[in-house]
Design a protein around this ligand. Structure first.
Ligand code: NAD
Length: 486
């Protein structure tokens, strides 16, 4: 029986499915229907201790496993993920709400992370200099760091854990995952497939729960590093507490992503891309487009196009054919979003498309239709805060200078995109904008396994980003050896 079908989810420790020793649970909902689909244990400090101790013991053997042998397990895992692609995507849609098409795309991103990690033998090679001085040579060797704790958000149940554990285990570490308590189902399926791929017991572990599990990992002496992805206040807290406990921490945080549309842009493309980026995954993406700075001269035309495209969006259960916009994650998140829409009206922004009145939002589940505000300014809460829902703000600007100046006022700096055909404008944008991920004529500069991914400013706390070479560096430490052969 798969773990995804049981009522109270189990933790996965040392290759065994075990009950949490806490009897506290939380309900897991299908956000498209409001139905309870599982209960997730709110695990205790003792559960964390057991998982970390197990991971620590397993580390002693796993770090000695030759790197190509570790990679071979990941190759097998990759094939299993491909074989189960549709099933995994369906679990994502049921627990998160995003459309099946988007869920399949998310599974693809996760698979790419596994593919990248399977390159560990080349990625973790050292470097040598045969003559650093007369008769002396030096070289650098790379080693794992120990037990890594991973703490993940609700919005990418497959992709975000896959930013972490494939690379961490490929480089010889062992891993304890604390998935989001709002989308905990997929993690258990990932663990089952890891087991099928032949991963030794105790290398990958899951402890379900909430704050106590996070604090347990942050405080545990045998946890060497923490990879966190989630909202800004929690990222800041995790970074401070983790480093206070002398751990290596990367904390990817909240966002408010800006797109700039210049008058020479292909407006059809810009409107299509921004519609997808703002309303896809119900705006619950750290790379979602949430503000557009558009040049005044084309603003009216561009906004008409956006409204036209938003009106074509099909709202509903993500499992349904052609559905583009699914629900937001919880009733409380829907209420918070509706509050923001009211705030925007009170602040004097011009509500040009009201997602509260779409007929398809009246069904069971937590639906909000595509919502667009015009004439938004930087002093408004709807401009400043991460709403994390299908709400798009438009600010009218004189030119590129004004757009960059406006964008750089944000405390967040995850992603930014420009729409133009002008190479000089692209260069100016690249050189002056504050953001970690830039896009040119695309709506979502999505994270790719092969490149480092993260933001600047309050969108990231730490040093080494997720993925790519940064990921390798984060999950390894180095020894330099200098030798005289006598
Ligand atoms: P969240 O911060 O509520 O939760 C993230 C994780 O932290 C969860 O596992 C949760 O259990 C835990 N947590 C929550 N509150 C805590 C607390 N007070 N103490 C200890 N642990 C706590 O985030 P979310 O709502 O699940 O996810 C959405 C957020 O994640 C958005 O802000 C989004 O921008 C961000 N995000 C960022 C990236 C990125 O790459 N920068 C990627 C995906 C999501």
């Amino acid at each position: 029986m798969t773990q995804t079908k049981i009522e109270i989810l189990k933790n996965y420790v040392g290759g065994e499915w075990i009950e949490s020793n806490s009897d506290k649970t939380e309900e897991v909902f299908n956000p498209a229907t409001g139905e309870v689909i599982a209960h997730v244990p709110v695990s205790s400090q003792e559960d964390v201790d057991h998982a970390v101790e197990t991971a620590y013991q397993s580390f002693q053997q796993w770090k000695e496993v030759p790197v190509p042998k570790r990679a071979r397990i990941l190759f097998k895992y990759q094939q299993l993920l491909v074989d189960h692609w549709d099933e995994l995507a369906e679990i994502v849609t049921v627990e998160n709400g995003k459309s099946l098409k988007e869920a399949k795309g998310e599974v693809q991103r996760g698979i790419e992370n596994v593919e990248f990690a399977a390159g560990a033998p080349s990625l973790t090679m050292g470097e040598q200099l045969p003559s650093i001085a007369e008769g002396l040579e030096s070289g650098v060797y790379r080693y794992p760091i120990g037990v890594v704790g991973g703490i993940t958000p609700f919005n990418f149940p497959m992709m975000v854990p896959c930013w972490m554990f494939p690379l961490a285990i490929a480089t010889g570490n062992t891993f304890v995952l604390k998935p989001s308590e709002r989308t905990p189902l997929l993690a258990n399926r990932l663990a089952e497939l890891l087991e099928e791929a032949g991963l030794p017991k105790g290398v990958f572990n899951i402890v379900h729960g909430a704050h106590d599990v996070v604090n347990g990992l942050l405080e545990h002496k045998k946890v060497a590093a923490i990879s966190f992805v989630g909202s800004q206040p929690v990222a800041e807290y995790v970074y401070k507490k983790g480093t206070d406990n002398l751990k290596r921490v990367q904390a990817l945080s909240g966002a408010k992503n800006h797109s700039i549309v210049l008058s020479d842009a292909n407006l059809q493309n810009a409107a299509t891309q921004i519609t997808n980026a703002a309303f896809g995954s119900a705006g619950e993406r750290c790379m979602a487009a949430s503000v557009v700075a558009v040049e005044e001269s084309i603003a009216d035309r561009f906004i008409d196009l956006l409204i036209e495209k938003a009106n074509e969006i099909r709202i509903g259960n993500g499992l349904g054919e052609d559905v583009f916009l699914g629900p937001v994650i919880r009733e409380a998140h829907k209420e918070r979003t509706l509050d923001y829409i009211e705030t925007g009206e009170k602040e004097g922004a011009n509500l040009v498309r009201d997602g509260r009145i779409d007929e398809d939002t009246k069904r069971d589940g937590y639906f909000v239709g595509p919502t667009i505000f015009d004439n938004v300014t930087a002093d408004m809460e709807i401009w400043q805060d991460e709403i994390f829902a299908p709400v798009l703000s438009i600010a009218r600007v004189k030119d590129l200078n004004a757009a960059v100046e406006l964008t750089n006022q944000s405390r967040f700096a995850n992603g930014a995109c420009i729409f133009t055909k002008d190479g000089g404008a692209v260069r100016q944008f690249r050189e002056t904008i504050d953001a970690g991920m830039l896009g040119v004529n695309i709506g979502v500069p999505a994270p790719m396994a092969f490149f480092p991914f993260s933001g600047w400013k309050d969108s990231f706390y730490g040093d080494l980003h997720a993925n790519g070479k940064d990921g390798i560096n984060f999950y390894t430490r180095q020894k330099v050896i200098t030798t005289r052969w006598v």
